[in-house]
Design a protein around this ligand. Structure first.
Ligand SMILES: [Fe+2]
Ligand SMILES: [Fe+2]
Length: 312
């Protein structure tokens, strides 16, 4: 099976949005941030090019690991939906999870706006999420497909301005642990999708402000699996492959995709997507398709192996 992975589209669309709605404290800070950094570098044409290239590559499944939008607005979700529909793969072959930008305000979290907008890409076919384990929607979800099981975990929570840390919660973690131990899924490779990495950035402040307070516990849950695990994340806007061992001697491949819309001079941060070939319960070839905005074309690159102790 071939899996394409992209992330952090950060689609912005303010069309038709009442200006007073943008003036929440959080959105005001977000707008300032956009003006200063994001708006100039995040380009929708890069995402559209990715969609086209993914189609040409003919993969079996597409996963998107959060921050699809910028301010969790309905107009942004509608624009993202058009992009996903352009993949022409149908909801059975596309799985998504939310990022911190998709639950940007408390209101968007309370109404589960993201979950309701993209529900068919997060259907739980194993009834794991019968009860609510996370405020952003019904997580974790499990979608078994031809030798793999896609497991969606939500780490997306609204935070005060300048903070973007994630939160999984004990209930969701227990459900994930049970799922990873399920006998009926023993022969499938778990492909766990979550916005935040489970390896935190270097330094206490960065770890607190951008990381996951439960990173150690989450690594331990993933390591409880017998056999290998493919853990796919976004959030860092940096392409990288880290590994750590499971207790049974398997490997957790912890792989991040960069931002799908970011034009950046560093090859690990330039827009693009990752491709994974998985077979017989293990991870085979891993590579990236990197977008060259000058030529409007993609080239193959390897995914850089990075320090397994820090995500920065
Ligand atoms: Fe992001
Ligand atoms: Fe993020």
């Amino acid at each position: 099976m071939r899996i394409a992975h992209f992330s952090d589209l950060h689609v912005l669309d303010l069309a038709g949005v009442d200006a007073t709605r943008l003036w929440t404290n959080k959105r005001a800070t977000g707008m300032l941030n956009l003006k200063l950094h994001r708006g100039f570098k995040h380009k929708p044409f890069a995402v559209e090019a990715i969609v086209e290239d993914v189609r040409a590559q003919g993969v079996d499944h597409v996963v998107i690991t959060g921050d699809l939008s910028n301010l969790a607005l309905e107009t942004e979700f509608a624009k993202v939906r058009t992009m996903i529909e352009a993949l022409a793969m149908g909801p059975d072959r596309v799985s998504v999870v939310p990022g911190n930008h998709d639950v940007y305000t408390r209101g968007s979290m309370r109404t589960q706006r993201f979950f309701n907008a993209f529900r068919e890409f997060m259907t739980d076919e194993r009834d794991v999420a019968k009860v609510e384990h996370h405020g952003s929607g019904l997580f974790p979800f499990a979608r078994p497909r031809d030798g793999v099981v896609f497991i969606g975990v939500s780490s997306a929570v609204p935070r005060a301005p300048v903070l973007s840390a994630g939160h999984v919660g004990g209930a969701q973690m227990s459900a994930l642990r049970a799922l990873l131990g399920e006998r009926s899924l023993r022969d499938a490779l778990p492909v766990v999708l979550m916005h935040h990495p489970v390896i935190n950035p270097r330094g206490a402040w960065r770890s607190f402000s951008r990381g996951l307070s439960e990173a150690d516990a989450m690594r331990e849950v993933l390591a409880s699996r017998e056999g290998d695990v493919l853990f796919l994340h976004g959030h860092l806007h940096d392409r990288g492959h880290r590994t750590f061992a499971t207790t049974s001697g398997g490997t957790v491949h912890h792989i991040g995709a960069t931002s799908a819309s970011l034009l950046h001079e560093h090859p690990d941060r330039a827009a693009g997507y990752n491709v994974y070939e998985v077979e017989a319960g293990t991870v085979g070839r891993v590579h990236a398709r990197v977008f060259d905005p000058e030529r409007r074309a993609f080239f193959d690159a390897s995914v850089t192996t990075k320090d397994h102790r820090f995500a920065d």
